[in-house]
Design a protein around this ligand. Structure first.
Ligand code: PLP
Length: 404
């Protein structure tokens, strides 16, 4: 290795480049290459962090999804000028509503943030005194009705307002639970099949009792149609994660639906300060990034993308199955993470490795590969991979299983 390359390598391993600038081993050229071109720095390596092939899916713990160049360009653009934050939100909200054929929209801090501000908007309307009062709900409608099978943890976004969750099973229970404290009915799309009450009936119950309905669709693109479907079905509010299938900023999201509720929701967000959502700020860079990610997502060839995922999953599945004793299943979850997904299973008497050890070996290899699953199976999706990585995954899966 040349001394210049060695110097570069050393430099890239040192977090505080500035502290090195006076030392003699650094030529002006090295300084220019590493300081003047910040993108040349390998930050994750500097920090001693492992990067990996994402064969798992859109998990917050794995930092969600990767943004396309057009999105990061929009983010960089946003960092170069000042604008008025409210005016930016107004304009982008209108643009998104037009793109998605709904009354109004806003960029939120994730789907979780969308739920908090959406409910807060429903509870307080345009009354600034009430806005400042939350999370104290004295005198406000503060009960949200949720089907028991839909209460899997994300309702915490709702109780952040100070509201309470009321759990019901059947439509009859739901009608019985409604009283003059009922603020909203909330539906978790991912668990549609597990609940008694389905979309149309849920919306009809809301309309019958004049109570707004909200559907959490955080992980529900693809299919792209879901971005239009639920506002058309009559849900008053709908939310999506920005950093899952849409591949926008990980901490952004979309709140779609009725203008009166979204305008009210905005009263809880920055720049206003005496609010529960002051900490759910979305900066101008991410507002633009979210808008551009949505535009790109809508313009994508969804059929072609689906066929690519199918062929990638088949490649990995076939590779695994070429090892004696391995069984595979391809399935598509009906709601949420609705993409071709592979399950790899085996009898551990025949193939002598546990599912946990298999995942660990994939993680510990080079390159590192993250998968999901449990004691029974190793789970793989390809939609969050970069093109070509499916071949590396197919090879590694086969190698580990064949050596077991
Ligand atoms: C991911 C997810 C959320 C949280 O979304 P963020 O965009 O990370 O805030 C909420 N609900 C469901 C069902 C999810 O899958």
């Amino acid at each position: 290795m040349s001394s210049r390359r060695k110097a570069l390598k050393t430099l890239s391993a040192i977090p505080l480049v500035g502290g090195m600038l006076g030392t003699s081993i650094l030529t002006a050229k090295v300084v220019e290459e590493t300081v003047a071109k910040p993108m040349a720095r390998d930050f994750f390596k500097e920090l001693g962090l492992r990067t990996f092939i994402n064969a798992a899916g859109t998990y917050t713990s794995m930092t969600g999804s990767l943004m396309h160049k057009e999105v990061t360009n929009a983010i960089s653009y946003g960092a170069t000028e000042y604008v008025n934050l409210d005016e930016l939100h107004d304009k982008v909200g209108e643009r998104i509503a037009e793109l998605l054929g709904c009354e109004y929209a806003t960029v939120s801090s994730g789907a979780f943030g969308a739920m908090t501000i959406g409910l807060a908007g429903v509870m307080c309307g345009m009354d600034e005194k009430k806005v400042a009062q939350l999370p104290d709900t004295t005198g406000l409608k503060d009960e949200v009705i949720v089907q028991e099978a839909h209460d899997i943890g994300y309702t915490h976004a709702l109780i952040n307002t100070g509201a309470k969750i009321v759990k019901v099973k059947s439509a009859k229970d739901l009608e019985k639970a409604i009283n003059d404290k009922t603020a909203m009915l909330w539906f978790l799309n991912a668990n549609t099949e597990e609940g008694d009450i389905k979309w149309e009936e849920f919306v009809a119950l809301g309309k019958k009792h004049n109570i707004p309905t909200f559907i959490d669709c955080a992980a529900d693109v693809p299919p792209v149609e879901n971005l239009y479907k639920f506002t058309k079905l009559g849900f008053d509010l709908v939310c999506f994660s920005g950093g899952k299938g849409i591949r926008g900023p990980q901490s952004a999201g979309l709140l779609l639906g009725k203008r009166k509720y979204i305008e009210a929701a905005r009263l809880h967000t920055p720049p206003r300060g005496t609010t529960i959502a002051r900490g759910m700020k979305v900066n101008k860079e991410e507002v633009l990034g979210m808008m551009v990610a949505l535009e790109l997502y809508l313009a994508r060839d969804h059929k072609k993308e689906w066929e690519l995922w199918e062929s990638q999953i088949k490649l990995i599945g076939d590779s695994a199955k070429s090892v004696n004793g391995i069984e595979t299943e391809i399935h598509v979850p009906p709601h949420a993470n609705h993409v071709p997904s592979l399950k790899i299973r085996w009898d551990e008497e025949v193939v002598k490795i546990s599912k946990d050890d298999m995942r660990k070996q994939l993680r510990d290899g080079h390159p590192s590969i993250e998968t999901v699953g449990n004691k029974e199976e190793v789970g793989i999706t390809t939609w969050m991979m970069e093109p070509g990585q499916e071949r590396i995954v197919a090879q590694r899966v086969k190698e580990i299983l064949a050596n077991a």
